[in-house]
Every structure is written in C-alpha cells, then in structure tokens.
Design a protein around this ligand. Structure first.
Ligand SMILES: *[C@@H]1O[C@H](CO)[C@@H](O)[C@H](O)[C@H]1NC(C)=O
Ligand SMILES: *[C@@H]1O[C@H](CO)[C@@H](O)[C@H](O)[C@H]1NC(C)=O
Ligand SMILES: [Zn+2]
Length: 594
C-alpha cells in the first residue's frame, strides 16, 4: 500500500519494501475512493440524468452483467453443520470467546517480532532471536494445536504445522501467514495512541504493530484450529499451516526455505489451494466487495551504469558519466510504459465486477465496460475512465520509478562511473523478458549518440568494428527479478473449484456475521497485489493461490495505519476472521471437488 507507507521504511534492497507486502496493496480502496473522487468531479460536469439510470440499467442488463462477474453459491458445511453452528452461531458470539480472542491476539502483539532489511544470518544477527519468545508464546497459547498437530521448524524460525487428515488421497489445504512485523520507527513511538507493542484492547479495537498485518491472520488461523480441536473436530483432509518470519523483508530466510521444505515433503502441485494474507473486503460504489488477490505483479530493478574516461575537470568533455546518465534517466521518464487494460486480466475482471454489481458505478463507465467485452473502442473508453485513478492505472500497467542514483567522488575529478536503479513493477500480462527488451531498446539510440558500447542483461550489443568513448551497462540490479505470478483460475468452470469454495465461504461468513442483515451480501471479485507476499515462493505448490484476509475495512480501511503508527484491528473484525477460517477449514474438509 505504497501511498500510505512510511517513506523512512523504504529499503534499498529489492522487494523488501513495506509497499510490497500484501497489506499495502489495497487497490480496491484506492479505486473506490480515488475513482469516486475523480468521477464525482467529472460527474459535476455531466448531465445529471446519468445518475438516474443506475438501478434501471443494472436490472435490464442483469443476465449480461452476471456473466461478466459470476458469483458462486454461498457455501456452508453440511457434514459438519452441527459443529459449525455451535461455533459460529454460538461460542464465537460469546463474551468469553471475545475475551479469549482479544487475549490471543494481544499476547501475540506483545512479543515484538520485527524483521529488518538486510539482516545477517540466523545465529549471527541477534535480531532474529526475537522469534524464539514468539514461538514460546504460541506454545503456551495453543496447547491443543501443539498436542495435535506436528510441528517442524524450518530454518529455525519458520513454522510448518501439519494437521493430519484421515484420508491421504485428498490434497491438503495450505494456510499461510507471517510471524514478523514491520519495524516500529523509534522516532514515532510517541505518536502511537497506545504503545506499539502493547496489544492494548480499548473495548473495541486491539492496538499495536502486527495487530492486523499479519498477526491477525496467523492468530486467526491458530485460534480456529484450537477451537475446532477443543470441539473434537478431526480432519478428513490434511491441513498444513506455513508461517514465514521475514515476509516484510522479502521472505529470503522464511518463505523461501519453507517452500523448499514443503516441496520436498509434499511435492509439486500437491495442495488443493493456498490462502495467504492479501486483499480484504470493503465497500465500493454501494456494494461490498471481497477481493482475493489472484495474481501479483512482477518485479525488476534495472541498474543503469555509465562508464567514461576520468581526468581533471579543468579539461572536461562535453558530457561526463553523470551527465550521460542524467540524459538516460530523463529519457526513461519521458517514455513511461503504456498501460493497457486487457480482457482476461485480473484488473479487467475486477472492473467487470464493478460494472456487474456496483449500483453507484457511474453509468458511462458501466456501459463502456459492458460493451468492452466485444468492442475494442469501448474497452479503450473504459480504460480512459479507469486510468484517471492513478492507483488503478499503476496496478494494470508496468510501472517505472528511478529510486537510486550514485556517481562522482570529488568536484575536481571527472566521474569515471555513475549509476542509477529503475524500479519496475511488471504488469500481470507482461513478463521479465518483455521489460528487459523494452528497456534495452529504449536506451539504444542514446548509447549510440553518446558513443558508448552497450551491454544489456549480459548481451553485448556493440559493434566489434568500432571504438567507443565509454560503456553503458544495463543489468538486473540484485539478480532478484521476479516474473508476474501465475493467475489463479476464477469463475464457475471446473478449473476454478477452489475459487468457488473460497468465494462460497466468504459469502457464508459475511452473511452469518451480519445475521443476514445486508440483503446485497458480498460480491467476490478477483483482484491483484501490486506488491509481493510470501506466496512468491509457493507457485509450484498449487495453481490455486489466494491472497486474502477476511477483514472488513468499511469505506476507509484500517490499512491507513498498517506499516505506520497506530495499527489496530477491530475486535469484531478479528472474530469474523476466526469465523472465516473455521468455515474455510470445515468447507474444505468436506469438499469432494478440490
Ligand atoms: C562490448 O563490445 C565492445 C565492442 O567490441 C567492447 O568495446 C566492449 O568493451 C564490450 N563490452 C563488454 C562489457 O564486454
Ligand atoms: C567514439 O570514441 C572513440 C574513442 O574515444 C573514438 O575513437 C571514436 O572516433 C568515437 N566515435 C565517434 C562516432 O565519435
Ligand atoms: Zn503482511
């Protein structure tokens, strides 16, 4: 969620930024709010009649619209119906359970588990030791889980719990979360309403770093498991829990090693599906949307380095390495990637869900979106509308941002080299190689102009017969380029049974928690992450990866405070998360289709 990130937390290393964690990437919120603002402004100049057609057009076009954002049926446990009712309609509604849940999460927040960028090895960097007490806490807080599930520690602090089912022929369910939290900036401690590691409960909210990102997820899963075991539940299908411990710093020590362990233990494509942190659910244009992330953008930091002869600056050349680098970087900014909203992409699916179900979506946009399934012209119109929201636009296209620059050592010495790093987030329908090729071509003419040999991503593109004044080198800055994630199947087809199960569970939990008060219910829409979660390492485990927290954020969103001061979660929202995991576990357990 880059717009809300604390700039001071932005690291130099790749994909370790707060902006890449799941919680920071709530496009839904920004689309809703910013598009609403944009369109409100636009609407003031449009004939007022467009506002009167909303509900009418929704009804008339219902059949067409529904097909663009098909909604699976609500799904509740049947075999385990009694147990489910007893818990979600009984126990979970009690004051006793509320106290318990508050204490479970508060206790977890009170064990600080900050992960920092560029940490040293485990056993060497003492900052990792914070995770030991966290494990002790889990052990004491969840006795049933630890008595029933087998626990494997991976790379010391990674946790894999296996809850063995009775039928080994069924693919296990994988639930993921992360133990670590973004560091609290010591300069901002005084700005916290309640100390950042207090886990303070004010009767409504649970405060502190990690209360939502992502201890709510981890504790939500364990609380559901503990309660189910207490009630005597024994799974038919195995359930595996995987908790990383440096998601906020790229998962280099945690999820990357968990992935190796999980692949070695279970093999490729062996899980029914995977749910990790990610999109939440909120109100958009008069309708509540839950938005599981079905993809993640890719990532590439391109290092642009110019080398040219040094010398005394009293006899300068027309362009120094720094001057040339500047020209190259200006050229980058003058030539941004052109984003395209393509049919079939997650953001297009999201837009279709707005068109199909949001009563307050401006009518011209709705019309353009409906026609866009067949008409390219309408697709471009819809695109223009949607791209007036820069967040929506950023999520669709490949982005670029020059984030680092260095060159020169002394005012009287010509700089022999200068370099900059251009950060790219790669569109879900593009690729690493496409971005490399694009950037290589972008700078080709300038390399000629400045008389530089040109090596791009290991390939020397220079003319052997020529002599050059200097060198231009493009490279993957840290060797950490990441392709866009494979897209999880959605819709009502046979390839999307896990999506249907998840969506049905979301609907059931939503309805249940509101006692059926909201007759519009919740619409489940595909969405994407602009950043990367621990799931970046889990692609081989299953094609069905969902980045989703069943966390209601209303109109404004809690994530204003995630990664910055005053992080909190509403206790009611946390209880609903436990209800969600409980329902998900039971629904998955009895499913015969995933
Ligand atoms: C690339 O080739 C050119 C021309 O042969 C040469 O001058 C330059 O040093 C080469 N660059 C690298 C990095 O090898
Ligand atoms: C490029 O630089 C080399 C080395 O300084 C020089 O020999 C060559 O003439 C230059 N080429 C052009 C086109 O200026
Ligand atoms: Zn997170």
């Amino acid at each position: 969620m880059s717009p809300f990130r604390n700039e001071k937390e932005e690291p130099l290393l790749p994909s370790s930024s707060p902006s890449q964690s799941a919680r920071k990437t709530r496009f839904t919120f920004r689309v809703a709010v910013l598009l609403a603002i944009t369109l409100f402004v636009t609407a003031r100049y449009l004939p007022s009649c467009i506002h009167s057609h909303f509900s009418g057009s929704l009804e008339v076009e219902d059949g067409v619209l529904e097909a663009q954002c098909p909604q699976p049926d609500t799904l509740v446990p049947s075999k385990n119906a009694d147990l489910w009712n007893e818990l979600v309609k009984g126990d979970y509604k009690t004051k006793v359970f509320l106290d318990r849940a508050v204490e479970w999460l508060g206790g977890a927040v009170r064990v600080p588990t900050e992960s920092f960028d560029k940490m040293g090895d485990i056993g060497v960097d003492p900052r990792w030791e914070a995770f030991g007490p966290f494990h002790d806490y889990l052990l004491s807080a969840y006795p049933q889980v630890h008595a029933t599930l087998s626990l494997t520690k991976v790379n010391t602090y990674g946790l894999v719990y296996e809850w063995k089912g009775t039928d080994e022929s069924l693919k296990p369910l994988l639930l993921a979360a992360h133990e670590d939290v973004v560091p609290v900036n010591p300069d901002t401690v005084s700005e916290w309403e309640h100390p950042p590691f207090s886990g303070f409960f004010d009767g409504e909210k649970i405060w502190g770093r990690g209360s939502s990102d992502d201890k709510s997820g981890l504790i939500g899963i364990l609380s559901a498991a503990e309660t189910l075991i207490e009630k005597g539940f024994k799974p038919t299908r195995s359930i595996v829990l995987a908790f990383g411990f440096d998601e906020e710093a790229s998962g280099l020590f945690g999820a990357s090693q968990l992935a190796v362990h999980l692949l070695a233990t279970y093999g490729e494509n062996t899980f029914a599906f995977l749910v990790d942190e990610g999109g939440d659910y909120m109100n958009e244009f008069g309708q509540t949307y839950a938005t599981p992330g079905i993809a993640e953008k890719g990532y590439l930091d391109v290092r642009v380095e110019v080398e040219s002869p040094g010398g005394h600056s009293s006899v300068p050349p027309p362009h120094t390495s720094i001057g040339i680098l500047s020209a190259l970087l200006v050229h980058y900014e003058s030539n941004p990637y052109t984003p395209r909203l393509n049919r079939g992409t997650p953001m297009y699916l999201k837009a279709q869900c707005l068109a199909s179900h949001a009563p307050e979506l401006p009518s011209p946009l709705r019309t353009a979106l409906i026609k866009s399934t067949k008409s390219d012209k309408a697709l471009r119109e819809a695109e223009t509308y949607l791209f007036s929201d820069k967040f929506f636009k950023s999520l669709v296209g490949t982005t670029q941002a020059i984030d680092l620059i260095q060159g020169g050592v002394k005012t009287n010495a010509l700089p022999e080299s200068a370099w900059g790093v251009v950060n790219h987030r790669i569109a879900t329908d593009s690729s690493l190689s496409e971005v490399k090729e694009h950037d290589t071509n972008l700078l080709f003419d300038l390399a000629q102009k400045f008389n530089l040999s040109y090596t791009a991503f290991g390939e020397n593109l220079s003319d052997d017969s020529k002599a050059y004044y200097g060198k231009l080198t493009l490279s993957d800055a840290w060797g950490a380029g990441l392709s866009p994630a494979p897209i999880t199947p959605t819709g009502l087809g046979d390839d999307a049974k896990p999506f249907q199960l998840l969506a049905g569970t979301i609907k059931a939990t939503y309805d249940l928690h509101r006692g059926g008060d909201d007759d519009k219910g919740v619409v489940v829409s595909p969405g994407i992450m602009s950043g990367n979660t621990d799931t970046r390492y889990y692609w081989k485990l299953t094609p069905h990866i969902f980045r989703y927290n069943h966390h209601f954020t209303g109109d404004t969103g809690f994530f204003k405070t995630v990664h910055t001061v005053n992080e909190y979660i509403e206790a009611d929202a946390f209880i609903e998360m436990i209800q969600f995991f409980t329902t998900l576990i039971l629904n998955t357990d009895e499913s015969t289709v995933v």
